[in-house]
Design a protein around this ligand. Structure first.
Ligand code: UDP
Ligand code: MG
Length: 139
């Protein structure tokens, strides 16, 4: 059975462009409930851990640089079928390939500066939420 939790970040590009409000509005309108939320800035070590699965990819260094370049909004979201439904809401990694009505279509600048993160599996949603939030920060 699909889980009901996913993890998201509003990335530094979208925060810098004052798009926190419009993105949260799309998330709420799509039926996701906020279980935990934090306005923070990742350290290099945190970003390297978070994106560890990509450490051998050519874009890794620039990705870590970008993700630590300014504040983010991190959140745990709840909805039935959360991981899959949230991936649909954010759209393709490359915004030029993202469908109309998706967050990345509306707000992403490039394949790197693509406005939002969304977990790709129930297992990773748990791991990623655990990197940012303690038990006592979840409601
Ligand atoms: N990324 C990048 N260049 C690429 C592919 C990905 O800079 O060619 C960045 C982008 O910010 C993306 C993140 O690395 O969101 C993680 O990549 P992934 O393939 O997991 O995409 P996502 O799951 O975020 O759609
Ligand atoms: Mg991914």
């Amino acid at each position: 059975m699909a889980g009901n939790i996913t993890f998201t970040m509003i990335k530094p590009d979208a925060v810098a462009k004052n798009n926190i409000g419009p993105i949260l509005s799309m998330i709420n309108k799509a039926g996701f409930k906020i279980k935990a939320m934090k306005y923070t800035q990742m350290s290099k070590a945190q970003a390297e851990t978070f994106y560890g699965v990509h450490s051998e990819r050519p874009f890794f260094g620039e990705l870590v640089q970008f993700m630590t370049s300014g504040p983010i909004v991190a959140a745990i979201l709840e909805k039935d079928n959360a991981v899959e439904d949230f991936r649909k809401l954010i759209g393709a990694t490359d915004p030029s390939k993202a469908d109309e009505g998706t967050i990345r279509k509306a707000f992403a600048e490039s394949i790197q500066n693509n406005a939002v993160h969304g977990s790709d599996s129930d297992e990773n949603a748990q791991i990623e939420g655990g990197l940012h939030f303690s038990f006592y920060e979840r409601f």
